[in-house]
Design a binder for this molecule. Structure first.
Ligand SMILES: Nc1ncnc2c1ncn2[C@@H]1O[C@H](COP(=O)(O)OP(=O)(O)OP(=O)(O)O)[C@@H](O)[C@H]1O
Length: 691
């Protein structure tokens, strides 16, 4: 027999669904009307009528808002809420019961029936235990509460399948249920099952820098996107979406990330590859003939902190020499500007570029002249103004960004005979820079030539941060001085071993400038089955000498399958394995090769067009080199030739192999015609399922 509580829940769901249906009807009608209006205004603009352009923009905004509300209500029809909290509000002395969902839903546009997961009170669901506690409200004081009950619902397709009361452990069943599903080629959301340690990062203050070290599959990308959604919702007055930028290492990763944004109600934010951001920030100073190329061999040195710090010192000395500050005097007027006052000005504007500071000093000189010449004739004033107008003018040196960079590299070589930057110098002379040269260009521009402070971005989110050395972060921090950074990565997955980061210490040094800044660890992995996680764990020990151990969510799957074949039969084995896994109706399947050349060869063998899979993530079978799979995940992974030739017994290759293995959500197959790489020899728990 159904108990009363369950019946009440059924009735509540029913009434909630009917409100949503009513909303949908209402907003569909509004959308239609709004569309008509936009079309009419569009015609008016074309005819050049009156103020129609302003009206068109306003109507388009209304239409967008209506469409958004409609989308939220439609999606709520499937699962209007996932949680409920029942508590006494001790601050306002009221008893409250809140249903929490992915989208806030209101009745008659005013009564909130489902609270948006990003609302301050929803934090109680993720964070608080039963009993006394509080929740924070941005810009206001904490609200004290006494939490009586926390309930988690299993609802899909508008049907209640069950609910669990009380603490976080209770929703583990639900978590495993979510994790067991096949993944679409879209980055999913985890709103219903966000874990406490993830929630802390998502809801942390915007006015700080954050670095997150998270093992593979710990939700770094997902958490970053939820943090964006949370900040835009709660700090709407502070930030516009266009002030946010996501930086990723490849177009493929950005495409994957982009796919998850609309569902999280995030629109109009920027996204860029790491090599694109420096040209973007340099604006016109990045000349058309400059071109980013793959890393030169010297990137190993250029990527790390000592190099970029040396460049910064070089630029400081250059600035000091150019300014050559001392009392500025005039035979008729005496001291025009004292050294002391110039040093004082510098202390007020420490971030100014040489250009900005020179401009500032020249303005000071002119205003001092005005004062000193009060009693003098206009010809005298004019002559003095003319004489001092460009007192500080480093443009006479005709410096250029590449020119200064080349001079710096030469100076380094002269100071240390073991350094040889010939490949970089040859390339840079022709305008061809690798990403670290581009960062160095950015710093030179920032310190010497920049005319105005950069304020395009307020928040930057970086995914797969470990793939780049500290140089790029150091420069980003200098170029975007007032911006805050959320940096996500896993040093065990650094696939650019020599240039990327193998620990976080240097980055903390480069990025953290306040005690408020935080370093977080995410050790739980949500992606892989226990079998795949354990298999990856063996490789991880070689990759990072046991650095950050994975703590997998308990979810069992099939053992990892190792399929051995004769060289002549390996391709046939691949086709058979693909046939086998396709029958299992997985949404996403990846064949992961060691190199792009091997991936191209396999694609042509399998009849997949070469250009497919280059930049976009999609359902079905994808054949990819391991470097392109960074940050992605697939229901099933087939690892092509994990033998010693392809993955040698070295931490560098161990990291690549670790990345490849941890891409698999449910099933992992290893296809080889030779003995496996020694990196896998200690692995256990695997077996052959296909013969
Ligand atoms: N709290 C959670 N509830 C449900 N699923 C989760 C949760 N956290 C993460 N996941 C799932 O785990 C998988 C891995 O997440 P994500 O890709 O964000 O991890 P990552 O740390 O960026 O991984 P990697 O470093 O390997 O790229 C995704 O399928 C994500 O939906």
């Amino acid at each position: 027999m159904m108990n009363q509580d369950y019946q009440e829940e059924l009735l509540h769901l029913e009434s909630c669904l009917s409100v949503i249906q009513e909303n949908i009807r209402l907003y569909e009608a509004r959308e239609q009307a709004s569309r008509k209006e936009v079309t009419a205004l569009f015609q008016a603009v074309r005819k050049g009528e009156g103020d129609s352009y302003g009206q068109l923009v306003a109507s388009q905004n209304i239409l967008e808002h209506v469409q958004n509300t409609l989308r939220k209500n439609r999606s709520a029809l499937h699962q209007p809420y996932f949680g409920r909290i029942f508590y006494d509000d001790l601050t306002y002395e009221a008893s409250e019961c809140c249903y929490i969902g992915k989208n806030g839903i209101s009745k008659n546009q005013t009564d909130v029936i489902v609270v948006d997961w990003r609302a301050p009170v929803a934090n109680v669901y993720y964070e608080n235990s039963l009993g006394n506690g509080h929740y924070a409200v941005p810009g206001s004081s904490d609200v004290e509460i006494d939490l009586h009950q926390k309930r988690t619902y299993d609802i899909s397709d508008g049907t209640l399948h069950g609910y669990y009361d009380d603490d976080i452990a209770a929703n583990d069943d639900l978590l495993v249920k979510y994790l067991s599903q096949n993944k679409d080629a879209v980055l999913g959301d985890i709103i219903a099952t966000i874990q406490k340690e993830q929630n802390t990062i998502i809801r942390d203050l915007p006015s700080k820098n954050i670095i997150v070290q998270g093992v593979a599959g710990s939700g770094k990308t997902t958490v970053a996107l939820h943090r964006i959604s949370y900040l835009l919702y709660n700090y709407e007055d502070l930030y516009k979406p266009s002030e946010f930028c996501i930086i990723g290492s490849s177009d493929m990763l950005l495409h994957y990330i982009r796919s998850g944004l609309p569902e999280l109600d995030v629109h109009h934010i920027h996204e860029m590859r790491m090599d694109e951001i420096f040209p973007y920030l340099m604006e016109k100073a990045w000349k058309k003939q400059y071109q980013i190329v793959p890393d030169y061999p010297e990137a190993e040195i250029k990527s790390h902190l000592p190099f970029i710090r040396a460049l910064d010192r070089f630029l400081t000395e250059l600035t000091e020499e150019a300014l050559n500050l001392s009392d500025i005097t005039d035979p008729d007027l005496g001291v025009v500007l004292s050294l002391e006052s110039m040093l004082e000005a510098r202390s007020y504007h420490p971030e100014d570029s040489l250009y900005q500071f020179e401009k500032h000093l020249n303005e000071r000189i002119l205003s001092r002249l005005k004062f000193l010449c009060t009693e003098r004739s206009s010809d005298f004033k004019k002559a003095k103004r003319q004489a001092f107008r460009k007192y500080f003018d480093s443009s006479v040196h005709k410096w250029t960004v590449p020119g200064l960079y080349l001079a710096f590299l030469t100076e380094l070589e002269e100071q240390d005979s073991s350094l040889d930057f010939s490949a970089t110098k040859a390339g840079v002379s022709k305008g061809k820079t690798d990403v670290y040269d581009a960062a160095a260009f950015g710093l030179i521009y920032r310190r010497i030539f920049q005319k105005q402070d950069q304020d395009v971005f307020s928040q930057i989110f970086i995914d797969e941060a470990q793939d780049f050395g500290e140089t790029v972060y150091y420069v980003l921090k200098q170029m975007l001085h007032d911006c805050y950074f959320t940096i996500m990565g896993d040093v065990s997955q650094n696939i650019r071993y020599e240039t990327g980061m193998n620990d976080w210490e240097q980055l903390k040094e480069a990025m953290f400038d306040s005690p408020k800044d935080s370093f977080y660890l995410l050790l739980k992995s949500y992606r892989n089955t226990i079998e795949i996680s354990r298999f990856a764990g063996q490789v991880l020990q070689r990759a990072s000498q046991g650095g950050y151990q994975i703590d997998p969510v308990i979810r069992h799957g099939q053992p990892v399958s190792i399929l051995q074949a004769e060289p002549s039969g390996l391709f046939y084995q691949l086709q058979e394995t693909l046939r086998h896994v396709r029958e299992k109706k997985f949404e996403t399947i990846a064949v992961i090769c060691r190199t792009p050349e091997e991936a191209a060869e396999l694609k042509s063998g399998l009849g997949i067009p070469l250009e497919e899979d280059d930049n976009s993530f999609h359902n079905g079978v994808m054949v990819l080199p391991v470097s392109l799979t960074k940050g992605l995940e697939f229901d099933c992974v087939i690892l092509w030739k994990p033998d010693e030739d392809h993955y040698q017994d070295h931490p560098k290759d161990a990291k690549l192999l670790y990345v490849a293995i941890t891409r698999a959500l449910h099933e992992l197959y290893l296809l080889t015609d030779r003995p496996l790489t020694p990196l896998l020899l200690t692995s256990t728990g695997s077996e052959s399922v296909l013969k």
